[in-house]
Design a protein around this ligand. Structure first.
Ligand code: NDP
Length: 483
């Protein structure tokens, strides 16, 4: 007898509730393509209910909690996340298809976000400013009020943690719209937050389609700040919707991040990192190292080593915990296939391809990793975010050409540089257009402590690190004339 599909409801004002219209959407396991549950298909009325709950919390109990008590609450939540880490990891892994090792890393990162921002909550303060005689001027940092968080499907736990922990630490009340393809872990964390003692309405999660619930959140006049992570096109729509009521937005929109390998690089160190930076999460990472630029003198030998490594990579079900799992959805798999079909049409060289294990269920969304050689700068696969396990390699002559190629896309999120030349390390750190530059390492966004965000089509605003606290607050200047 088939098991009853799990029902995952919205979480508003510390209560689980169905969507107003009672509609649901299926939850699909990317490892086998089977439906194993349902989520609420929410619309504008559900978002409105959540925004009202958040407003009441901000104007009421939550707004009166001191910074020190916010810190204690968030630390308690970090402890509960730790205590439930394996459950969260299993949920994340099944829902997104990522290997369980990655699910565990994501759950650990989530607790670290809450721990970090719990520690920071009571350390954010303003300044005094010397002004005219007879005046005292100071600045205060104040929460925006109600913050909207639109979360993508690639790292639900981590992206929820990075924006919501910082927003709560600064005293905002949050409404979260996770992606319809992966939202189960986020709903679970909201319930843990209630258990930790967060007052009603401080954290609300509403699921549904982007064009319905997501759009309704971005355009809701009761929202005071929107944090969005996802594609550049949807980011533009979100910013336009928020602009209708002059609402500030933070946009984290992905990238086409280069890793530049010079002839003097430590290749032993570089090679495993070059591979991991594109196969982690099956390439569905905004900061994936999706282009590798290789200096001509070592091009052929580096390509050969990369090809050997790619040929050995294996994709399989999340629970098999191989190099990579399936992609998140059939839609995402089709997007990647479209790019690979373009690669064939434009006669790009497939230098190597990994494999999908025989035991992978036929209904799963698998794509073996692909290494493409000598991809020209003008090619679509060099320019666009594929968001799959596809690495494009391109040779360069000298430092000037490396910089030009690194900066030749509309994105600017992360870059990696591999060289032993100290002066060149500094020159490239300055010259590359990106929000983060890693020298002789690559962090795919780096640790919780490192400010993260992009320039150009990669977005604007910074999350992570202490810097995020500035984004989730506004600065007020107070001038007192006392004579
Ligand atoms: P989207 O940018 O469309 O989705 C990201 C989030 O925005 C999801 O929660 C989505 O909800 C929501 N959303 C969608 N439309 C709207 C809207 N009109 N208003 C408000 N919110 C909305 O990404 P896709 O899932 O369509 O993926 C497409 C491509 O985007 C990928 O191939 C990849 O290149 C890129 N991407 C980049 C990410 C990153 O981290 N930089 C993350 C995800 C995707 P829902 O999914 O429920 O529709």
């Amino acid at each position: 007898m088939p098991s009853t599909p799990e029902q995952h409801l919205n979480f508003i004002a510390n209560r689980s509730c169905a969507a107003d219209g009672g509609e649901t959407l299926p939850v699909i396991d990317p490892s086998d393509g089977e439906v194993f549950g349902s989520i609420a298909r929410s619309r504008a009325s559900d978002i409105d209910r959540a925004v009202r709950a958040a407003r009441s919390a901000f104007d009421g109990d939550w707004g009166r909690v001191s910074a020190a008590d916010r810190s204690r609450l968030l630390m308690r939540l970090a402890g509960l996340i730790d205590a439930n880490r394996e459950e969260l990891a299993q949920l994340e892994s099944r829902d997104t298809g990522k290997p369980i090792t990655q699910g565990r890393a994501d759950a650990a990162a989530l607790s670290r976000y809450f721990e970090y921002y719990a520690g920071a909550a009571d350390k954010l303060h303003g300044q005094t400013i010397p002004y005219q005689a007879g005046y005292t001027v100071f600045t205060v940092r104040q929460a925006h009020g109600v913050t909207g968080h639109i979360i993508p499907w690639n790292y639900p736990l981590q992206i929820f943690g990075r924006s919501v922990a910082a927003a709560l630490a600064t005293g905002n009340a949050c409404v979260v719209k996770p992606a319809e393809d992966a939202c189960l872990s986020v709903i679970r964390v909201a319930r843990l937050a209630a258990e930790a003692g967060l007052p009603e309405g401080a954290l609300n999660v509403v699921t549904g389609l982007g064009a319905e619930a997501g759009q309704a959140l971005a355009e809701h006049p009761g929202v005071d700040h929107v944090s969005f992570t996802g594609s550049a096109d949807t980011g533009r729509r979100v910013a336009q919707a928020a602009a209708q009521h002059h609402c500030p937005v933070t946009l984290e929109l992905g990238g086409k991040s280069p890793q530049i390998v010079f002839e003097d690089a430590d290749l032993q160190a570089a090679l495993p990192v070059l591979v991991n930076a594109i196969i982690q999460n099956a390439g569905q990472t905004c900061s994936a190292g999706s282009r590798v630029l290789i200096q001509r003198g070592i091009h052929d030998s580096v390509m050969q080593s990369l090809a050997e490594r790619f040929a050995a990579l294996r994709a399989g079900p999340a629970q098999a915990d191989l190099d990579l799992g399936p992609l998140v959805s059939r839609r995402q798999l089709q997007r990647v296939w479209d790019y690979l079909s373009d690669a064939h049409t434009s006669e790009l060289t497939f230098a190597a391809q990994g494999s999908v294990v025989d035991s992978a269920p036929a209904g799963g969304f698998y794509q073996a990793p692909v290494l493409l050689e000598r991809v020209p700068c003008g090619n679509r696969l060099f320019q666009e975010e594929i968001f799959g396990p596809v690495l494009v390699a391109t040779p360069f002559e000298d430092e000037a050409e490396a910089i030009a190629l690194a900066n030749a896309t509309r994105y600017g999120l992360v870059a990696g540089v591999w060289t032993r030349d100290g002066a060149r390390q500094f020159r490239l750190a300055h010259a590359i257009r990106a929000g983060q530059v890693f020298i002789n390492n690559y962090g795919a966004g780096g640790g919780v402590e490192l400010p993260f965000g992009g320039v150009g089509a990669s977005g604007h605003g910074r999350e992570k690190g202490f810097e995020a606290l500035y984004g989730f607050t506004s600065l007020k200047t107070v001038a007192i004339r006392h004579g």
